[in-house]
Design a protein around this ligand. Structure first.
Ligand code: PRT
Ligand code: MG
Length: 213
């Protein structure tokens, strides 16, 4: 049995065409069913539904053989996973945003200090360290846009797609940190034990990604 970890929502939706290209259809709609384990048209392949940020944990510890997770989630999780493929789905960017009246250029000159609220503390720490800026990180789990508006922080580091969330909260994107997309991650031990079927699945995904490029 091959177990694939996906999260509900955009990653699940965007993974369906890739699965279809590999000849796999899921037998249930996670938005309608409450089931967490979903069968597929391939009797030896099943999908487990987990929180987006739990996908690396499932794959690393063998709760799933492979999974799909955003680069943001993977960078925050750290090492320990084989990452064979950029699936180019669920694309967005990681950016710094501030209030329009905040002087970001001065705040990030060498040796300055800035207060940054984010869910992505590893990415933010690394980004400001590389610029030589001292950063006071404030860890949040959601509604990050509120932080600069309430004076909790000078800036936020968050994912941006259309930009409408920032705009609705009168924030401006002042710096792009990196482009983000979702990656296929594989448990290294599973790749040894189930080499042939996993390799075939990875190759099918790869071909599907290439043909969509
Ligand atoms: O929701 P939950 O807490 O369970 O987990 P999650 O938020 O991590 O899951 P989900 O499904 O929302 O996101 C899964 C992955 O999709 C992320 O890890 C990203 O790699 C990717 N992705 C792509 C995004 C976006 N686009 C995105 N726009 N993840 C989140 N957003 C959010 C962003 O945080 C911000 O709040 O959408 C808002 C901005 O969108 P715009 O269009 O207004 O700019
Ligand atoms: Mg979400």
């Amino acid at each position: 049995m091959i177990t694939l970890a996906l999260s509900k929502g955009r990653i699940f939706e965007d993974s369906l065409p890739l699965l279809a290209a590999a000849g796999i259809e899921v037998l249930e709609d996670p938005e309608k069913s409450r089931k967490l384990i979903i069968g597929t048209t391939r009797p030896d392949v099943r999908v487990v539904l987990v929180r987006a940020s739990d996908v690396p944990t499932y794959v690393q510890h063998g709760g799933a053989d492979l999974g799909v997770a955003g680069l943001d989630v993977l960078l925050e999780h750290g090492d320990g996973l084989y990452r064979p493929l950029d699936l180019r789905i669920a694309r967005c960017r990681m950016s710094v945003a501030t209030r329009a009246d905040f002087d970001y250029a001065s705040a990030v000159r060498q040796g300055a200090r800035i207060r940054v609220a984010t869910k992505y503390t590893q990415i933010a720490r690394q980004h400001f360290a590389a610029k030589g800026v001292h950063v006071d990180l404030i860890k949040l789990y959601g509604s990050m846009e509120l932080a600069p508006l309430t004076g909790l922080a000078d800036a936020i580091v968050d994912l941006v797609s259309t930009g409408s969330t920032l705009k609705a909260n009168q924030l401006v994107e002042v710096e792009k940190i990196m482009d983000i997309s979702s990656r296929l991650v594989v448990n290294p031990a599973a790749l040894k034990l189930k080499r042939a079927p996993l390799r075939a699945l990875i190759d099918a995904f790869e071909q599907a990604v290439e043909s969509r490029a």
